[in-house]
Structure formats: C-alpha cells, structure tokens
Design a protein around this ligand. Sequence first.
Ligand code: NDP
Ligand code: MG
Length: 378
Amino acid sequence: MILGATGSIGRSTADLIADHPDFIVEAVVGGSDAAALAAMARRLKARHAALHDERGLAALRAALAGSDTSAAAGEAAVIEAAQRPCDIVVAAIVGIAGLKPTFAALQPGRTMALANKECLVSAGSAFMAEVARRGVQLLPMDSEHNAIFQALNGRDASSVEQMVLTASGGPFLRWSAEAIEAADVAAALAHPNWSMGRKVTIDSAGLMNKGLELIEAQALFRIAPEKLDVVVHPQSVVHGMVSFSDGTVLAGLSVPDMRTPIAHCLGHPDRMATSCRRLDLAALGGLTFEAPDHARFPALQLAIDAMKTGQGLPTVLNAANELAVEAFLAGKIKFGDIARLVGRACEAALRHGEAKSPQTLAEAIGVDHIARERFATP
Ligand code: NDP
Ligand code: MG
C-alpha cells in the first residue's frame, strides 16, 4: 500500500514496483489530484484508490471506469484504506496531513516504510509508542535515517557515541545571508542534488529539513540530542554515519537517488535489485565535509533548540514551519521570514505555556492546532 502515491516518494516507489511484478498493491492514497491517483492505480493495478479530497470522487471514479480498482474519497475513506490488510505500507504523505493516516496504518504485524518525517517530529513519542504497541516493524526511508538504520544493523543506541546526518547544503550553500534572506521561490526550489516534493525542497534550502531530521532521528533511534550531529556534505553521497564506542565509524553511501533507500525498505531483509546509477568514487574524485553555518541558516539551530527543550516544541516548530513554507510558496513572505516566524512561534508557545509534551496522537494534534491558530504572517 502506498500513502502519498502521487508524490515524489510515491512515484519513485511505483518505479521500483513496476520492475517487480510480484508486488500486489492493495491501495494507493492521494490528496487532491484525482487524475494522477487514478493513473497511478492503473499503472500499479491497485485494488483500491482513496483520495483525501471528497470533491474529487466523481473524477476519480470516472478515471477508473473499466478498471478493477475501487474508489473512495474523504478523510474516513483515507483512514479506511490505510487500515486495509497488507504486508508493507509506504507512508509518504507530506506534512501533518499524514499524521492520522500514518497512525491508522500502524496495524499489527505489518512493516511500515516511513518517509513522512513530520509524524515523528510532531508526535514522536506517541508514534513510537504505537509502533511498539502494535508490533509494527518500522523501516526509515529518509535517506540519512535509512543509512543509520543499516549501520546500526539491529543494535540499539547504547554503544553509539555519535550519529551524524549529512546535509547537502541545498541551493544556498555559498550564498550570502542577504541573498538567502531575499531568495525567491524558483531559487529555493532548485535543489542541486535531490529531486523531491516542494515542501521538503524548501525545508532543505534553509536547512530546516536537517533540523527536522535530527528530531526524527532522536525519536526513531531513541538517542540523546547531544549524540546527534550534522555535517554539510555537498556531494550527498555519504548519507549518515554512526560512531561506536570502539572508534569504528559505519557510514551509508549511495548516489543521491531516493529509489535506493526505498528499495532497501521494500526488499528488507533481502536486497531488491535496482537499476539506479551506481556509485563511482574514482569518477567523483573527492568527497568534502564542512560544519553548517548557523548564522546563514538559523532554522537548523531553531530545530536543535526545540529538540533539546523537548516538551511540545518540536510539534510547534513543525506546525509553524509548514505554515511559513506555505506562505513562502504562495509569495506572501520572504525566504528569511520562514525561520523568523518559526522562531517566534516557538518563543510564543514557551511564553504561553502551550508546549506541553504530547504523549498521545490527540495531544499532539492539540498542540499543533494551537500553534497554527497563533501563527501569523507579518
Ligand atoms: P510530495 O509533495 O511530492 O507528495 C505528497 C503526497 O502526499 C502526494 O501524493 C499528495 O497527493 C499526498 N497528500 C497530500 N495531502 C494529502 C492528504 N491530506 N491525504 C492524503 N494524501 C495527501 O511529497 P514528497 O514525496 O516529496 O514527500 C513525502 C514525505 O516524504 C514528506 O514527509 C517528506 O519530508 C518525506 N521525504 C521525501 C523525500 C523526497 O525525496 N521526496 C526524501 C525524504 C523524505 P496529491 O498529489 O493529490 O496532492
Ligand atoms: Mg533526508
């Protein structure tokens, strides 16, 4: 089953499945693009297609006429689809919209390949508790976490001294602070290494994505914030590293192509053959690493502070960031405003005592709602 089947991760997943006809796709789930969802359902011969936006039901039905795929739409239909029996679910809805469906997809005995990092940022404790309660095997799909998961190879974090996530640095790596402040949407969407959905691409441009990923790693691997670090690595070949107490460092490398971590999840515990370009280190010539520049990329520090403060601050940070990115994409604010607004939202939540640590899905949704209501663009 693929949640977010029409997105960047969903399409990459479909490319892999298309080469492996032994997969039977129980359901595909999308947001509002009925035509794209129907095309995906036909391509994968999915048994069922569910669209979040009810208004798209007629178009979905029409586009699926004559196929064997059943169709439904609306929030309840998405939850129902997420709960259908299957062995593995790819959870790749973007943002907080993925929270309820991804939780609903945590069904007993199933494997979840998780791309939706916002679930772990916004509701990490509740999510991991539900994973354990339901006996779900969680496979991280985000490339950095996937590399770390493979380096850990089943060990817990007790012998880990440090986990390092690499960041490409995005399109603004060499830009001045003033240029980043005023950057337009097209520049922020021009990621040098990765082809991704719009939200995660904007997050990457300001290094907020790396901040969200630190919080994601903290939840996934139950690791203390002090043991997590970020290094900028413009080639995006080394994705994540784990240093162990004996001095050994294990790293995960591949060309920057999400199909590799997706294939790892789909094939787990075996290896799925892919036609992805192979890594050629001699042709690359060199790999470089540098410390992140917090002055030009303030979003990263905001996320680190939220992670260290804990409570509900990651939930607030995530909510404010989603709204700020939306406003930026709509041309309403400058790029530099994103981090500024997120910082203000975190300060306000602390000042008003609104950021209580959410232990359940309902509590996380509550903190998220308050942060969204309080959020205001300049
Ligand atoms: P996209 O924006 O490309 O795709 C998002 C998907 O979610 C689409 O299928 C969209 O449907 C669907 N969707 C949106 N809203 C809803 C909703 N309310 N109910 C059901 N489905 C919905 O995002 P990406 O594929 O880039 O990213 C997905 C997730 O994976 C994000 O959390 C991202 O951070 C994470 N991720 C992505 C990476 C990448 O390379 N793209 C890398 C690592 C992590 P529709 O098309 O109809 O809007
Ligand atoms: Mg990533």
